[in-house]
Design a protein around this ligand. Structure first.
Ligand SMILES: NC(=O)c1ccc[n+]([C@@H]2O[C@H](COP(=O)([O-])OP(=O)(O)OC[C@H]3O[C@@H](n4cnc5c(N)ncnc54)[C@H](O)[C@@H]3O)[C@@H](O)[C@H]2O)c1
Ligand SMILES: [Fe+2]
Length: 425
């Protein structure tokens, strides 16, 4: 048998999905087909106000299912809010779950499915080094994800993320068994998304696409055995195809969707972009901006963005990711200038050829972020130079993500990236 030193194999998996206007009204058929009869629908109060959860419940009940709605999801879930949802779910028997909302609701639904199907201490399942990263002992119950943001891609990923309040760090559970059994993606559901949520969740899509496109190529990793092959393979021809398509859609429609939320064509493009980027990053992985985002969100002091109803301070996931993206891609540029330039050209075909090549992608990002009303760098969400050591320490804990960066990332590299991100324009 030939012995390979470097990886020659990559894997690709995704959730079966149904996409299109009105798709959500068929959910009763889809749940029943998967054997679900008593279903818990998991959502947050902001989504309840749009009427979508009730519409989903009505559609399922019309197909003969019993549905109860749990609307206690916290926007940007915490260990406490997740365990509250699990506690609620344990009061009855369910044979299926529906997550309706953005990443917050879908991630909470994934954790509820896991912890009610195979009860254990939450930390048993959480990623190392915070938890023991135990694998679920078997398959989970059917979970249909119905995204209402064009953002996280959680409907197709094997991950759920939460804030560990006492540890002041975000982490999550990551295992293929967590992937929803189906995604029902209906762009009409995003028409009610407010502008700041559209901007933040859209930046999440853009960073998923750019980070997986620029990730360390799968063939640069050491060879894995089949049992220890990781979910995040690194950039590969399949993820590149999806992420490039996502970039084209974002270039055409991101600004339009923020500036005119009623533009259905732009909303549909954004939903497709989120799905395509999810299909890319869910297998290739994300790296430096996402690793930095965890402490940026986890250590927030008093930033309260418009359009997010919560009283507590919060840096929305998409904003926390976007803030370090220009500096991160300045840092990764030498690893593959052609890919960085190609991405910049797709995003902003008018980028001047005279601009320093290393600056072209950061410049396209900064111009977009200015146009859609994102805060100007880490300074814009309340951080200054004195916070950088803490942020470096938090980002260094995300080794699972930093391993996918296209070059080694040491503490002083992260320090330079974070200092460079205090102001983006
Ligand atoms: N599992 C994954 O793969 C993954 C990937 C990235 C991020 N995440 C996680 O997802 C969370 C962020 O999710 P998000 O950006 O989708 O936003 P979200 O779920 O946090 O929702 C943000 C706000 O928008 C409101 N909202 C959502 N859709 C709406 C609509 N159609 N109309 C009106 N209001 C609407 C919600 O009520 C909420 O107040 C974070 O916790 C993040 O860590 C998960
Ligand atoms: Fe993300």
């Amino acid at each position: 048998m030939t012995v390979y030193v470097h990886e020659t194999v990559f894997t690709w998996g995704a959730t079966p999905l149904k996409f299109g206007a009105g798709a959500v009204d068929e959910i009763g058929y889809d749940l029943a087909r998967q054997g679900a009869r008593r279903v818990l629908l998991i959502t947050d109060p902001g989504i309840v106000a749009t009427g979508v959860p009730q519409r989903v419940a009505d559609a399922a009940e019309a197909a003969g299912l019993t549905v109860e709605i749990y609307d206690g999801v916290r926007v940007e879930p915490t260990d406490v809010s997740v365990l509250d949802a699990v506690e609620f779910a344990r009061q009855s028997e369910w044979d299926g779950f529906v997550g309706v909302g953005g990443g917050s609701a879908i991630d909470t639904a994934k954790a509820v499915n896991l912890l009610t199907t195979y009860p254990a201490d939450l930390f048993d399942y959480v990623n190392k080094p915070i938890g023991a990263a135990k694998a679920p002992p078997g398959p989970l119950k059917p979970l249909v994800a119905v995204p209402t943001t064009a953002g996280t891609g959680s409907e197709t990923t094997p991950v759920c993320i939460m804030d560990f309040l006492d540890l002041k760090v975000k982490s999550g559970i990551s295992h293929p068994a967590l992937r929803p059994t189906m995604a029902v993606i209906d762009p009409l559901l995003t028409l009610s998304m407010p502008p700041r949520v559209t901007a933040a969740s859209g930046m999440d899509v853009l960073c998923h696409a750019l980070e997986s496109y620029t990730a360390k190529p799968f063939h640069s990793f050491p060879r894995h055995t089949p049992e220890n092959r990781v979910a995040y393979n690194g950039a590969n021809p399949i993820s590149d195809t999806w992420t490039e398509k996502a970039l084209h859609l974002l270039a055409r429609s991101f600004r339009k969707a923020v500036l005119n939320g009623g533009d259905l064509e732009a909303r549909t493009d954004m939903m497709l972009a989120a799905t395509f980027a999810g299909m890319g990053f869910g297998n290739a992985g994300v790296h430096i901006p996402h690793a930095c985002a965890y402490p940026i969100a986890g250590r927030v002091r008093d930033y309260r963005p418009a359009d997010y109803p919560q009283k507590e301070p919060l840096v929305p996931h998409g904003e926390s990711v976007a803030l370090t993206a220009p500096a991160a891609f300045r840092f990764t540029f030498p690893t593959d200038p052609a890919k960085h330039l190609h991405a910049a050209r797709i995003l902003d075909p008018a980028t001047s050829e005279d601009l320093d090549p290393r600056e072209q992608l950061p410049s396209a990002l900064a111009s977009l972020m200015r146009d859609i009303g994102l805060p100007n760098g880490l300074g814009g969400v309340g951080y200054d130079t004195s916070d950088v050591p803490d942020l470096v320490e938090g980002a260094m804990k995300q080794q699972r993500l930093l391993a996918v960066a296209p070059r080694a990332v040491r503490e002083h590299d992260l320090e330079a990236i974070l200092l460079d991100s205090l102001e983006n324009w």
